[in-house]
Design a protein around this ligand. Sequence first.
Ligand SMILES: [Cu+2]
Length: 151
Amino acid sequence: MRKMIIVTTAVLALSFPLTVLAMDHSGHSMDHKAAAAHEEVVDGVKATFTVQTMADAMKGMKMDMPKGMKETHHVSVAFKDAKTGKALPEGAVTVKVQNPDKSTQTKELMGMQGHFGADFELSKKGKYGIMCKFLLKDGKTRQAKFWYAVK
Ligand SMILES: [Cu+2]
């Protein structure tokens, strides 16, 4: 199934979706082995992000690069209880990327076997601001953000 692009003009803070889309994730059973791009403890939850090129992400999934794909990077995040280390696999996760030219892309991340992921177009060199908003089962909405440089 083609990925769904959530087009939203509203600011992320006001448009946090409460639903998790049911998608076909067969074949996406990988763990992203890439080094964490960012790790942050937010209000008792440890969020670990990875950013991989699509080529690397596809290799990890043993899948071929889909033709004509404009997305260049796979962004994923996994959550754990910071105290117990217990995985927190359920929730609704949105990532907003601020491009080097200040335009933005926003996507709802899909739940994929313990982590959440989506593909973004980071095709220009420069600094991307990656902002993540996540609502986990405890009913709290948390945020994390970091910079990712494309060289
Ligand atoms: Cu993934």
